[in-house]
Design a protein around this ligand. Structure first.
Ligand SMILES: Nc1ncnc2c1ncn2[C@@H]1O[C@H](COP(=O)(O)OP(=O)(O)OP(=O)(O)O)[C@@H](O)[C@H]1O
Length: 224
């Protein structure tokens, strides 16, 4: 079966620093994979390569069987906008926008009219336990609330792949588990493939499969 997203022998250096040294990872459609590993091992670099944010120096990145590392910057940017969703550690909400506008943002960028985009954003507030917070700005939300808004924004356009880089990294354990519960439930409902970078075993346990990046290479998780 064709993988949803795949790295084949991907290598990337930042100057003299090798971040990836022949990384292989194949994620099936609808699969939720947690990428673990020590600090500086290459997890975020791998995620950024898979998501078409970075281009490896060598090797291949494929989405639905098609190479994306050979695409130009504009094509990769459109692919990211139209096909992928993103959630980062600190939410990175746009502070000037309301929570509802933040959630609607990927739709607005994709050309959906404002009223329609906001209408599509609205059900996410009930779904993620954020009812009544639609008009708040990020400064008026708790860390957990802001991260749930970021999660809604990552999923609102029904991306085929959701890339999540330490989505619970800034949250306490309980709040982080609530966010993971919501992420996994929503991704499964939509059939969204998820690549999740985390250093927390408790968070990785929500995934279907865990892999470990060490020195820029991907290994299957082997029980200690
Ligand atoms: N933009 C950059 N410029 C220079 N070096 C970088 C850059 N991004 C990452 N690196 C280096 O590449 C290596 C891999 O970094 P990466 O961020 O992928 O690791 P990570 O496993 O995600 O780490 P962490 O868990 O600490 O976030 C590290 O040695 C890092 O210092």
């Amino acid at each position: 079966m064709t993988a949803a997203i795949e790295a084949r022998d991907a290598a990337l250096s930042f100057g003299e620093t090798p971040a990836l040294r022949g990384a292989n990872l194949s994620v099936a459609t609808g699969e939720i994979v947690a990428v673990m590993g020590p600090s500086g091992s290459g997890k975020s670099t791998l995620l950024h390569c898979l998501a078409g944010i970075l281009v490896p120096d060598s090797g291949e990145i494929r989405f639905a069987g098609r190479r994306i590392d050979t695409l130009g910057e504009r094509e990769r940017s459109l692919l990211r906008r139209d096909t992928f969703g993103f959630v980062f550690q600190f939410g990175q909400l746009v502070p000037e926008l309301t929570a509802a506008e933040n959630v609607a943002l990927p739709l607005l960028l994709g050309g959906v009219k404002r009223a329609a985009a906001l209408a599509q954003a609205r059900p996410w507030f009930d779904r993620l336990g954020l009812t009544g917070l639609e008009g708040r700005r990020s400064g008026e939300l708790s860390g957990g609330q802001a991260q749930r808004v970021a999660l809604a924004r990552g999923l609102v356009a029904r991306p085929q792949v959701l890339f999540a880089d330490e989505p619970t990294g800034a949250l306490d354990t309980l709040t982080g588990e609530q966010v993971m519960d919501l992420l996994v439930t929503a991704a499964r409902e939509q059939g969204t493939t998820v690549v999740l970078v985390t250093h927390e075993a408790r968070v990785a346990a929500y995934a279907d499969r865990q892999v470990v990046v060490r020195d820029g290479r991907v290994n299957a998780l082997v029980a200690a």
